[in-house]
Design a protein around this ligand. Structure first.
Ligand SMILES: Nc1nc2c(ncn2[C@@H]2O[C@H](COP(=O)(O)OP(=O)(O)OP(=O)(O)O)[C@@H](O)[C@H]2O)c(=O)[nH]1
Ligand SMILES: [Mg+2]
Length: 403
């Protein structure tokens, strides 16, 4: 038995290819409309996927057996058609968006499995062993196909959003909102509109005291150096640098090196009292950038120690720095753990280290704070950017790429 799938533009093309490749004895088992994979594929034209089968057994069969085989294949084909014509019918069409519930999927698959078993049982009574073996193989293949169809056609949009690493709950929310959107825009515009609702960018002009906090290794110190470079070298502002990170070996040297290169004042703060003094000593600066120790959000003790310093900075320019490579499941704990520091903005780093940007939306949705900057590489001061709502949304749905 040969079973082959053809992705074609129409049925005529399918028939021509099937006849050419499998011959006139081949039969069509199923057909369905699909789109190419990926979110971009979601907006592309639908194509037809046709599955054909050919009984190529070399055993000599009586005409009667061949007829029985064909009849049974036809019966199975009908069963498969049940699968294809019921509510399983997908997905987002050009003019409408229809979705199948998980419960529907399960019920339909269960019914189809029962029907398939009945057909095979009926056939067992009349068929010889060879044919029975093939029929069993066929049943197995069809069952697998039925399961494949179920997953694939759950919703093309859902799969595309999953590929972009968007959080599952968020995907459900987004899809429901798209369904509720009765506007007349194109699908792509509807999706963008819904995504935009989750994105807020900060109308942020760096001045006064700015504090960066966040987990270890996300790029706080590098981002401080990038900001200091831009503000002092390009915008010609008076910039001062303070670090309270005396925990990690080399942390002070890291920032001091940048401060020396840029020729800007730099202070290391060890105690809460010194914090006041350091800020006071930089009162003539337009911008004071404060680097902090990277802490695990799970360590409440360390976070509250950090809080004592951050409170002393007496600013509402506190940015939570998070890497877009953060595991989705860790995001809520981080934004929650750092919430005691009352951060007002989010900086998302390392966009150059990923090809999908669902995590950007996962972070913004969890933090519910505006995005001030994204960083896109290790180069100081170049790899830092402000993005618009539209730019972020396009990244999330894979319509754009940042690096
Ligand atoms: N690819 C990439 N790497 C980055 C980016 N920003 C920072 N890094 C790198 O990430 C590593 C850690 O950066 P740091 O700035 O030391 O991170 P941190 O948050 O200050 O780390 P701790 O002080 O230990 O908590 C370094 O190797 C940086 O060069 C970025 O946007 N993209
Ligand atoms: Mg650091």
């Amino acid at each position: 038995m040969i079973i082959k799938k053809y992705v074609v533009n129409n049925m005529n093309e399918a028939m021509t290819r099937i006849r050419y490749e499998l011959g006139s004895d081949a039969i069509i088992i199923s057909q369905r409309k699909i789109r190419k994979s990926g979110i971009v594929g979601f907006f592309s034209k639908k194509v037809l996927e046709v599955t054909a089968a050919l009984d190529n057994s070399n055993n000599k069969k009586s005409k009667e057996n061949k007829d029985t085989m064909k009849d049974s294949l036809e019966a199975l084909k009908k069963v498969m058609n049940v699968n294809e014509t019921r509510p399983i019918q997908p997905i987002a069409g050009k003019d409408e968006l229809s979705y199948r519930s998980e419960k529907d999927n399960k019920e339909i698959t269960k019914k189809n499995e029962v029907l398939l078993s009945e057909k095979v049982e009926e056939f067992k009574i009349s068929a010889d062993n060879d044919v029975l073996k093939e029929m069993q193989e066929m049943k197995k293949l069809l069952n697998n196909m039925a399961k494949g169809v179920q997953v694939e056609e759950k919703s093309e949009l859902e799969l595309s959003l999953e590929k972009s690493d968007l959080d599952k709950e968020l995907i459900k929310e987004v899809i429901n909102k798209i369904k509720e959107d009765m506007g007349s825009e194109e699908e792509e515009q509807k999706i963008l509109n819904v995504i935009k609702d989750y994105v807020e960018v900060a109308d942020f002009n760096p001045e006064g005291t700015i504090v960066l906090v966040g987990p270890t290794g996300v790029g706080k110190t590098t981002t401080i150096a990038k900001l200091a470079g831009r503000l002092s070298l390009i915008e010609k502002k008076q910039v001062g640098l303070i670090t309270i990170d005396t925990y990690r070996i080399g942390a002070v040297e890291q920032l001091k090196t940048y401060a020396d290169i840029m020729g800007i004042p730099f202070k290391v703060v060890l105690t809460i009292k010194e914090m006041d003094q350091a800020i006071e000593s930089m009162k003539d600066c337009d911008v004071i950038l404060i680097d902090t120790t990277g802490r695990s959000s799970k360590n409440k003790m360390q976070i509250s120690e950090l809080r004592a310093f951050v409170d002393k900075a007496n600013t509402d320019n506190i940015h939570l720095v998070m890497s877009c490579t953060t595991k989705n499941t860790d995001i809520p704990a981080i934004v929650d753990g750092y919430s005691v520091l009352n951060y007002n903005n989010v900086i998302i780093t390392k966009l150059d280290e990923t090809t999908t940007y669902g995590s950007v939306l996962n972070i913004l949705n969890a933090a519910k704070k505006p995005l001030s900057y994204v960083t896109t590489g290790q180069n100081v001061p170049d790899d830092i950017k402000k993005l618009t709502v539209s730019e972020v949304s396009k990244l999330v749905i894979g319509e754009d790429n940042i690096c």
